[in-house]
Design a binder for this molecule. Structure first.
Ligand code: NAD
Ligand code: MG
Length: 406
């Protein structure tokens, strides 16, 4: 599993005098702020080099000051003035624009936390990989839209991906390192807020009801992805690339309590699982300290207090996003790139109340049908296809509006 273990680069261990230097991409988000909490819970063990955000200058400046970063980059160029003002007198360098975010990943550090949401994280994550950094990897859309290219570059640059997505982190923790011994990977899914809902009930979903995740507290995009179960579809693709597993060997099991974070079934019938409270600080702490352990601040699991753990098969009829993700993975080439781009556009349209909940998967399916699906041989190919697919998806969304208006 070169993805996760990579070249086995050593890291300063817990208790060593040198703090581990880390840059955090998407620092103001849900994973980003949890990362800052884990760092704060382990004083003296980490030093923050750079932090980045999309457009929240005030939040970024506050965070940069609190974690003692040296460089703060905001993607939105219009926010530069605000960021500079908010950092006044701190000595922290302010920068803005996409290139500034990429520069944050490029600056020397031991590790980069990739926690931007969406394909917007592709170029910055690649910048970290290109310089052979260890990448704590949360930004799953990067692997969905460019998996084979990203994985190939790891081998060439010596960079390492340490999975932060809780399911992939769980698999990483129980993975023997011998791919041929594995019968299948089993990703658990909470099932989201509409786990037991009918299609009719889902049709009436609003952003407010869809954002209310029963177990996890997360950013808006992944919360909607959890409600459609596209999140699990993206994770099947992420797992297939990360652990070099063919699609049929990556299974999904609905587990509403989100205590068992994923499982690996070996060819002798043994199943190994990783358990923990549903708190992202645990997989984040695991990735930040790997191969050692640090405290995470997450609540300890009290199994005796738990009445039951339940499991059920996923329903690809009520949740067509899962089927679409599997089909895209099987089709390969540009299909996962298009799936991801269309989904990002559809989720944004749903959050802006321009389309209904069930239309999210419909927009993705229609975009996959309409878009060209060329092979993607370079990251530039991926970026170009991502852009084209967004245009096609916009057209699909606009057509839908026209249809409803008639
Ligand atoms: P979020 O929306 O809370 O935060 C996203 C971060 O990215 C913010 O800092 C935001 O400012 C930044 N950002 C947004 N658009 C940007 C752009 N165009 N350019 C640069 N930066 C931009 O998202 P999140 O929930 O923290 O999720 C981050 C990633 O981690 C996603 O890929 C998600 O799928 C994955 N993930 C999240 C969780 C979770 O619990 N939240 C769990 C597993 C995986
Ligand atoms: Mg996950």
């Amino acid at each position: 599993m070169k993805s996760a273990v990579g070249n086995g680069a050593s890291r300063p261990g817990t208790g060593t005098p040198d703090p581990r230097v880390i840059s955090i991409l998407g620092a103001t988000g849900s994973v980003g702020t949890s990362t800052v909490e884990v760092i704060a819970a382990n004083p003296g063990q980490f030093a923050v080099e750079a932090v980045t955000a999309g457009s929240n200058a005030e939040g970024l400046a506050q965070l940069a000051r609190s974690c003692g970063a040296r460089y703060a980059a905001i993607a939105d160029e219009a926010a530069y003035g605000d960021l500079k003002r908010a950092l006044g007198g701190s000595g922290i360098e302010a920068a803005a624009g996409e290139a500034a975010v990429i520069e944050a990943a490029r600056r020397p550090s031991d590790m980069v936390m990739a926690a931007i949401v969406g394909a917007a994280g592709l170029a910055p994550t690649m910048a970290a990989i290109e310089r052979g950094a260890q990448v704590a990897f949360a930004n799953k859309e990067v692997l969905v839209c460019a998996g084979p290219l990203v994985m190939a570059r790891l081998g060439e640059t010596g960079a390492v991906l340490l999975p932060v997505d809780s399911e992939h982190n769980a698999i990483f923790q129980v993975y023997s390192g011998r791919r041929d011994d594995i019968h299948r990977l089993i990703l658990t899914a909470s099932g989201g807020p509409f786990r037991s809902a009918t299609r009719e009930q889902m049709a009436a979903a609003t952003p407010e009801t869809a954002l209310k995740h029963p177990v996890w507290s997360m950013g808006a995009k992944i919360s909607i992805d959890s409600a459609t179960m596209m999140n699990k579809g993206l994770e099947v693709i992420e797992a297939a690339y990360l652990f070099d597993m063919p699609e049929p060997q990556v299974d999904v099991l609905v587990h509403p309590q989100s205590i068992v974070h994923s499982l690996v079934e070996y060819k002798d019938g043994s199943i190994l699982a990783q358990l923990g409270s549903p708190d992202m600080r645990t997989p984040i702490a695991h990735a930040l300290a790997w191969p050692e352990r640090i405290s995470s601040g997450a609540e300890r699991l009290d199994l005796a207090a738990m009445s039951s753990l339940s499991f059920e098969a996923p329903d690809e009829v009520r949740f067509p996003a899962l089927r679409l993700a599997r089909q895209s993975l099987k089709a390969g080439g540009g299909a996962p790139t298009v799936l991801n781009a269309a989904n990002e556009m559809a989720v944004a349209a749903f959050l802006e109340r321009r389309i209904g909940f069930l239309e999210i998967a419909a927009v993705v399916e229609e975009t996959l049908g309409r878009a060209a699906l060329p092979q993607v041989l370079t990251i530039d190919d991926v970026i170009a296809l991502d852009r084209e697919a967004r245009q096609v998806a916009s057209g699909v969304i606009a057509d839908g509006l026209t249809r409803r208006a008639v």
